[in-house]
Design a protein around this ligand. Structure first.
Ligand code: F6P
Length: 347
């Protein structure tokens, strides 16, 4: 009799942290590969780590995974539950990690796929340290997960933000105004940088590059004097600014104060995280999902799936936790943009 390649395993999937386009494509990639290629049982855990604490899960059969490729959000739901977080007194009412371990065992799971951003990878690494068979899948529109060149969700968000900037161009031109657009990114400016370049932004302000308000103002005045009657300023939400004001409002007020030029601001907000994933995100999420199952089948636990120089590979979760992938000051894209006269507000 021919040897069967099927290894029976039960795997759980959860999605944690902020959502983004492509999560369902990843769930589908994991689930279909696990069921079709390896004959595994797949369980979808609700609302991130909360579902694992509360033992809230459902079996995902192949038919549950059909038709979800193009859906935004996550069919499993998500939460920002951080099971290792202590209260201000340094304790927890219930020992959540212990509860998670207990439920993982009671569910009979052989592996757990955690789809999320930095915070999720940190929790996944801690659970792996405690002996759970964990695989991480990096997703976020911020593209700031350490150890991978790309997270899915980023490409879709760049499309959405670029489209928004394109639209601002036409109204800016009609009214001869300065348009400030704020994009997501608390610590990392990848989204503002890529969308800013793709959308033809004149000024791009990101958290990694300290800017001076006067430099931005002088640059915009110079443009106005050079018969460029409108300008687009792309700002990441995490730039240095006073507390209690949005990045867009702060920059807009500062521009008006220093230049007297008519300025308007737009905060794109959660639109950046919603809707159908781009084709590239669908492909990346599918590849990540399939690779996660290959790692499980090979028993290579405690790893995060990653894309490095275009190759899908993996990196130990222990090397990922507590680190962020920020835009390097010597980024070739920034260097090229500077040579074209785009300002980053620093010189
Ligand atoms: O998904 C990452 C991110 O989009 C950040 O850029 C943003 O600041 C944050 O999530 C806000 O998400 P929430 O309001 O869901 O916590």
């Amino acid at each position: 009799m021919a040897k069967s390649k099927k290894i029976l395993k039960k795997i759980g999937i959860l999605t944690a942290g902020g959502d983004c386009p492509g999560i369902n494509a990843a769930i589908r990639g994991v689930g279909k590969t696990a069921i079709t290629e390896y004959g595994m049982e797949v369980y979808g855990i609700s609302s991130g780590f909360l579902g694992l604490i509360e033992k809230d899960f459902t079996r995902l059969e192949e038919n549950h995974l059909s038709g979800i490729l193009t859906f935004g959000g996550t069919i499993l739901g998500t939460s920002r539950e951080k099971p290792y977080k202590k209260d201000s007194a340094g304790s927890q009412k219930t020992d959540k990690p212990k509860q998670i371990k207990k439920n993982y065992q009671e569910m009979g799971l052989d592996a757990l796929v955690c789809i999320g951003g930095n915070g999720t990878m940190r929790t996944a690494a801690m659970l792996a340290e405690e002996g759970l068979n964990v695989i991480g899948l990096p997703k976020t529109i911020d593209n700031d997960v350490f150890g991978t060149d790309l997270t899915f969700g980023f490409d879709s968000a760049v499309w959405i933000a670029t489209d928004a900037i394109d639209r601002l161009h036409t109204t800016a031109n009609s009214h001869k105004r300065i348009m400030v657009i704020e994009l997501m990114g608390h610590h990392a400016g990848w989204l503002a940088l890529y969308s800013g370049i793709a959308g033809g932004g004149d000024v791009i302000l990101i958290p990694e590059i300290p800017f001076k308000e006067e430099v931005v103002a002088n640059y915009l005045l110079k443009r106005a004097m050079n018969k460029k009657p409108y300008s687009i300023v792309v700002v990441a939400e995490g730039i240095n600014k006073p507390k209690g004001i949005s990045a867009a409002n702060h920059i807009s007020q500062s521009i008006q104060k220093y230049t007297g030029l008519e300025t308007r601001e737009t905060i794109l907000g959660y639109i950046q995280r919603g809707g159908s994933p781009s084709p590239m995100d669908r492909i990346l999420a599918t590849r990540y999902g399939a690779h996660a199952v290959e790692l499980i089948a090979a028993g290579k636990f405690g790893n995060m799936v990653a894309s490095i120089n275009g190759k899908i590979t993996s990196i130990p979760l222990s090397e990922v936790g507590n680190k962020l992938k920020l835009v390097p000051a010597d980024s070739p894209l920034i260097e090229k943009a500077r040579k074209m006269g785009i300002s980053f507000g620093d010189r």
